[in-house]
Design a binder for this molecule. Structure first.
Ligand code: MV4
Length: 424
């Protein structure tokens, strides 16, 4: 796009590839993220000394922080993402749900907004019927969530959930939902221009996760029919249009065994798993983010989705030791290639993975005409991926990909929890 780039980094990330490949790089502090990547003042200073026009917040740290996006605006910087108001609205899970419901998006039956007292909770739980789920308004991504099987357990869980929410988020508000059993996590990628147009780029199947950390994502979902894609896509677009959405976003749905879908949360950032959508849509989503941030309008044309894409997250974790993070030096590194194989990474042979941050070191993405061919291409790519010096999630992916239930698309969000890993 002809744009000059500036990377910011902590002292722990000085050897990361993004630092070497950016046109300029500015160190914004020591390893501890609270003293570097979360320091708005240091980031503003880095933007000022390099005369930056815009900030891309990535997918961690301040990417969904409404105060940070507002501070960017105050400094005359374009925040590459939604407005501060949209970020704050979607960050409040109860308000986000009310907003989606008002826009006609299907939501899980539950309380009207937050549940202020135990008595309200009992009444609502009885109305919607057990089992129910108590969720923290300030939560998200599985944090501050409690399932309640029957009335006798409600009081205990209600108090515990509020206390947990207060400790974790400084906000004890909770709301109630009917528990959806054995759901799949299916999400729709949307893109808005902030000028009234929102398009969707199909769905991602994200049910293969462990403790709310996704391990493998694919597009399309093996269970989403063209009619269901149309319905989920239209719902996601309607929800995003209702807030005049600008930028890349993801509308997450729970999909039950009967093909019913329910709004769960909206993520107001680009996500780790965006490459599977890029591959099937043939669209560079980051380039699209930059285009709408520059004020370009989107044309509301249907996007054509081709073939099947799968992403495996390669983490420096030991899958045979409860996925324990295992940072260290990468002794050997050789990435697979060939038609329909993509590796996104900041690592290389000799790179020392810092212990301070997320353990993801590469994303391996394949694209092929069909799901079966994508699985087999991924198996070949995993086999060729040389990564020595630290344990990785590669053996987990190899076992997952040959599991008959995975191959047949028969899984839900509890699949990895029940998955019996063979000794390595
Ligand atoms: C649910 C649910 C069942 N019923 N809500 C977890 C993440 C957060 N975004 C919401 N989550 C769930 N909400 C109702 N009413 C089950 C989950 C859930 C889950 C969702 C997506 C992916 C993995 C999950 C693992 C456990 C529970």
């Amino acid at each position: 796009m002809g744009l000059q780039t500036v990377a910011v980094y902590s002292t722990a990330d000085s050897e990361s590839l993004h630092v070497r490949f950016a046109d300029e790089a500015v160190c914004i502090g020591p390893a501890s993220s609270s003293e570097s990547y979360l320091r708005t003042d240091s980031i503003m200073a880095a933007a000022e000394v390099t005369s930056a026009d815009a900030i891309h917040p990535g997918y961690g740290f301040l990417s969904e922080n409404s105060v940070f996006s507002a501070i960017c605006e105050d400094h005359g910087l374009v925040f590459i993402g939604p407005t501060p108001n949209t970020i704050a609205l979607m960050g409040d899970k109860s308000r986000a749900k009310d907003t989606m419901k008002a826009a006609g998006v299907p939501v899980v039956p539950g309380s009207e907004g937050v549940v202020p007292t135990l008595e309200d909770g009992f009444r609502t739980a009885t109305r919607i019927g057990y089992p129910v789920m108590i969720k923290a308004s300030a939560g998200g991504g599985g944090r501050g969530m409690r399932a309640v099987a029957e009335e006798a357990d409600f009081e205990r869980h209600f108090h515990a959930a509020r206390q947990e929410a207060k400790n974790a988020f400084g906000n004890e508000d909770v709301y109630l939902e009917k528990l959806i059993e054995k759901p799949r996590h299916v999400e729709i990628q949307v893109m808005g221009d902030g000028q009234g147009t929102v398009v969707h780029l199909g769905e991602r199947e994200c049910s293969i996760q462990r403790r709310h950390q996704k391990l493998l994502e694919e597009s399309p979902s093996p269970v989403v029919t063209p009619a269901l894609r149309e319905a989920m896509g239209q719902a996601a677009v309607a929800g995003a249009e209702a807030v005049g959405y600008r930028g890349a976003g993801t509308v997450e749905f729970l999909l039950d065994a009967h093909g019913n879908f329910y709004f769960m949360e909206m993520n107001t950032r680009i996500q780790v798993e965006h490459p599977v959508t890029e591959e099937v849509a043939g669209i560079d989503i980051v380039a699209m983010q930059l285009a709408v941030a520059r004020g370009e309008r989107l044309t509301p044309a249907a996007v054509s989705l081709q073939g099947h894409a799968i992403e495996c997250r390669i983490n420096a974790e030991d899958p045979f030791k409860d996925f324990r993070p295992a940072p260290g030096r990468i002794e050997a590194f050789n990435v697979p290639g060939g038609l329909g194989v993509r590796v996104d990474t900041h690592a290389y042979a000799g790179y020392a993975i810092p212990p301070h941050y997320d353990s993801m070191i590469a994303k391996l993405i394949v694209h092929a005409p069909s799901r079966a061919e994508a699985i087999s291409r991924m198996q070949r790519a995993l086999e060729e991926f040389v990564l020595e010096g630290v344990p990785t999630t590669i053996p987990f992916h190899q076992q997952l990909l040959r599991h008959p239930d995975f191959q047949n698309g028969r899984f839900d969000t509890y699949f990895v929890e029940h998955f019996a890993l063979e000794a390595g």
